[in-house]
Design a protein around this ligand. Sequence first.
Ligand code: NAP
Length: 327
Amino acid sequence: MTTVFVSGANGYIAQHVIVQLIAKGYDVIGSIRSEEKGEKLKKNLNSSKFTYVIIPDIIKEDAFDEVLKANPQITAFLHTASPVVFDVDDFEQDVIIPALKGTVNVMNSIKKFAPQITRFVYTSSFAAITSSEHTKDTVITEDTWNKIARDGGVEPMLAYRVSKTFAEKSVWDFYEKEKPNFTFNVVNPTMVFGPQAFDSEVKGTLNFSAEIINKILKLKPEDEVPEFRGGFIDVRDIAKAHLFALETEKTSLRLLCVEERFSNQSCLDLIHKNFSLDLPKGSPGTGSDFSQMPILDNSKTKALIGPFIGLEQSVIDTVKQVLDNQK
Ligand code: NAP
């Protein structure tokens, strides 16, 4: 059975990917930045099919050389590690460069030391697809690219968009120019909700996207409901997308993973519908007008890996896990 390498193995998405890989019989080697995080994940997974190596920073050029040299049984590489951080001082150093250099470093190491790796999967983002010039008349598909400039990362969200756009571009360019032995597919998720892979991962503050729901749960009844909206996909479907990207004979795919639009208000309405919690009401029923937002057409992706879990089920599972595990 194939041994799959997963970078950023302790990440919110990666943990679900690894759970699904192990369930299908794959052996998994993950990279994690510290022993503490590695041991925690090993304990949670409780499987001899998972081992990990410590790679403190993907920015280091030869970061992946040793593990690839030492493990010729690895035949596929899922690159999920990338900074998903917004509270940083230096967007270029802390967000953009690690994403870009990290991705190129991985591909260079594979080309040099692991020619037996035949499939590379890159976890990109809707951030590499959606662009500020898109209007309500734009139809966004798997072929749409963010046209942001390389020096456009002037505030946190834009820096993240630059990081994902140019890191994904580096994958397409590397494949074209370097002609490696591997083929590749890309997964482009919108905002990812859904439960943590393990209850012990429920903390006061969750990873960026799961925290969107968690923040709503932290509102006081008298609070205003902050305006926030976007595209939604469940984390279990993102894991499914990674396994498809790994296993399919199709190559050079962009899997645009979105199920529906959400707003804080629409999530809040779903929470009130399904739970009895002391939260603000906001303006019930007003949060689902997305007519001014670009049109999303991911029918090609849905035909390959749909159907997806809906927002209501995802919100229910997320909230239930948080409530059951609140310290
Ligand atoms: P996450 O929980 O923050 O996972 C990110 C992973 O990358 C963590 O393991 C983190 O390690 C690692 N990492 C970050 N910077 C690193 C560096 N310089 N060197 C080594 N490792 C580094 O976030 P996630 O939501 O699961 O994101 C996983 C991937 O999905 C990312 O590529 C992200 O851009 C993409 N994505 C996420 C969403 C979403 O809504 N969640 C949507 C679209 C795309 P530490 O935990 O030790 O910092």
